[in-house]
Design a protein. Sequence first.
Length: 986
Amino acid sequence: MQPPTGTGEEEQAKALAEVLRAQAEMEARERQMAKARAEAESAQRSAREAAEAPSAAKEMLARRRLQASCQRELAEVYGIELKMKGMDPNREDRVRSLPGATSSNPAKGGDQATTFDPSMTPVQALAYHRGAVSGLLKRTGVANPELAFGFNGLAGALRQTGNYPEAENCYRLALQVIELAIRDGHAPSGLQQFPLELDEKGFDREEAAREFVTVAPELKTSRRVEERELPPDPDILSKCKVAEAAVRNNLGVLLRVWGRYEEADKEYETSWRIVKEKLGEGSFEAAVLRNNIGLLYDVTGRMVDAETTYSKALAILREGGGSQAARLAAVTNNLAGLYLEKGKTEPAQRLLLESIRLIEEQHGPVSATVGLRHYNLGWVYHLQGKEPEAEQELQQALAIATLVQQPALTWAVQSAYAKVLLAQGKPGPATLLAKSAVNRIQAMRQDMAGSGVKHAGVFRTTVEGVYRQLAALLVAQGRLPEAEHVMELLKDQEFSQFARRSAESAGLAAGRVTLTGYENDRHQELERAAAPLGALSARRSALKEKTPRSPDEEAEYLRLGKEIDQAAKAFNATLVRVCASFGAERRREKEEVREAVGIQADLAELGAGAVAVYTIVDQEELTLLLIAPKYRRAFTRKVGSAQLADKIFAFRRLLQPDAAGVLRDPVPAARELYDLVFRPLAPELEAAGAQTILWHLDGPLRYLPLSALHDGSDFVVARYRNVLYTSASKARLKDRPAGTWRVLGLGLSQPRTVLGRSYSPLPGVPEELKGIVRSASAPGGVIPGDAYLDDAFTWELLRGRLEDAGSYPLVHIASHFHFETGDDSSSYLVLGNGTPLTLREVEDQVNLFAGVDLLTLSACETAVGGGKDQDGREVDGLSILAQRQGAKAVVATLWPVADPSTSTLMQRFYRLREEKRLSKAEALREAQLELLRGANSPGAGEGERGAVNLARVAARPSAKAEPVDPGRPYAHPYYWAPFILMGNWQ
């Protein structure tokens, strides 16, 4: 680290401020480290003393800055330890088994000079390295170059837990300590053994941490800089430069894993210059570095250079014989991966089997590196079409990853296993494993949140395929809302510039993919089977390094090895059973036609222009059954459920803003889907004089906004009234609506936090209610009634007002709604006072909405349902459930809606219905057309209240966006197409 430059007191004041800031951050993060305060205060005093002694100020300030940075980093690491122990209570017991640890403060056990155990769990390794660094820092300060060893080991331990930003900080602190050692003329006694980490293809591996900590020396105290009398020794300089090469290599490995390839290349380049000069191109260290550079070439597409570089590394390591077995195993693994990418599965298989043999000789059958080989070998078998063999290898890999608690290996294996299961026609368990993989990655992404958007975004690109794999799995099963949610997790956090009635501001589903009730039960079953593996491994690790062991301890050590084998077999058996429990996937049975016959009888009473379309989607084709009052026609389209779902999924993504908030042109996709779904029906619809179409939608068609399809000249909304019909609608389909309506208006406008999710304010809701509900305080409202906003909108009020059936034929609710797939107890409407009203609570009522002609759910995704609960029962969305609870008709939404445009559409919908006496279906259609055509655009006509200016922000211009017509700011289907009418359309 170079001495700070600047002008006198100004520079000194800045340095003092940095010390004080470090002290504050440290105390806030690690209150249990009592001596930290004294260290920071000492740094503060030293900085002041330096200000009074100009000749020594610059050097002293440099050292104190480094001291403060080291203390702050240790506080951060301690916070990570606490977080890890909080996530898994069993981990605290494992830390207590660390030599020197105490039950009152297990994390401090590492402060003592203990022996590093390569089988330590991640939290144990963190505690060990943090304790070692902390002890050195307290005894000798930053003048001790042995500190570089400590930070190097701590960085490796952090990387194994996925804490990349803190790992990078530790590597850079190690480099600063080495630079200080060079200036002082000091070198640690073991610097000639300073280890270069060996990078492996496949995952962020554990074995690397073992290499550079098992050779770590006894942490000795070097002389302080104040005691230095001898001039710098050239040999010391050489040793320090070798140490620098090692740290830069290790930092390069981290940056490569992180996806920061250009930065990794620079670190490798510097490291190679030093190694070549100080150790020679034929050294084992040079072979390690060649391997790492080869892997960087590999992942950046330079295949020829990668193979050449790997081969040179192999040639050097093979000359080393058994002493280089571990390194040889890693390079053979990497070269096997390269052959896999080239489609050469046979040589890849041979190399992997050699790699497994070499590494098992070194570390036994249970280590992360062995797990990696089984993972890679499983992938080879998958590419060869040998799915049973692939499944066996991946089962072993997953058991090992669970045993050693290696998150990166775990998600890699889960993702590969999902592909193997899907290849065997098992999408159910494949989805569970793919979800588990994404959730593990999400945990790592959250840990990186503080590192900056640039680096987090680069990391995202390295795992993006795992997310897309899961999304494709869900789409193929017709689970479109879940698939959309997975893709949302890949978006940048600043998704939208305007308020949306959704949980977007909750951090994209709290940073995880939701499991259905059934999936969650199977997941918990796997977790219970995995628990013994960790406990047994921790105890055996404690005994492994104990020498000598008593006869009883030796017997226990051997017994634990057998129990671990048994626990691993039990875990694999559970995994097989869980996969089988989803059952064989069957072709969906077609609905009975007698229900269609029943609706045909109703059509005759519903009046001219009403027809029904019954859809049936199976794995190979789409069947459309057109039902008119006097005849039926069937049409078949050669498009299976998976292909249809994929097209609908892509269309829905075009209908919503992308990651930059840009709205794109949906017409080409809308025309393609029109040709599939509408085109076969068009001649018959015209011949029947159809005006209102009652749709009974199956599978992925339930998520299709029919009004937004396009026939080449206009959207479908311009020609037909589209209404959804379900079994819950049938009993009340022919009921005549009340002659006059009275409205109960309920809304939320303030930000709320519900069950850990933060919901954005909805500034358009107050004006929306004023424009709908006519009262003494809102004479401009369309329909007489009562409005309750924010804290006044409670569950007690809603239930009480609806007790007198028929008192409010219209109920309008403007709020947020959250749907958890397959879980009605975690799906809820946000009430005005911030409490959740769950679907389970609504379901437990008796005819809650009896006497309600229309329930309008002006919230996000209220038309969405799906997913199986613990009993395998499909979970209804709020709109279906409301019909079961007595509502004759429901207006709901298919995706999160924009607040200002929703307010405009709702007010026009009711005004058209009341003033023109239109049917509900026709009033909604004309309101949607007004947004499309701009007949009632903001600032024209009657002039809408509240949301006008926000709407202009929402429809902001963009180079990639659809051009925004000032007279039609809501013309894009995103604003008007999500609203659907279900049930009684009259």
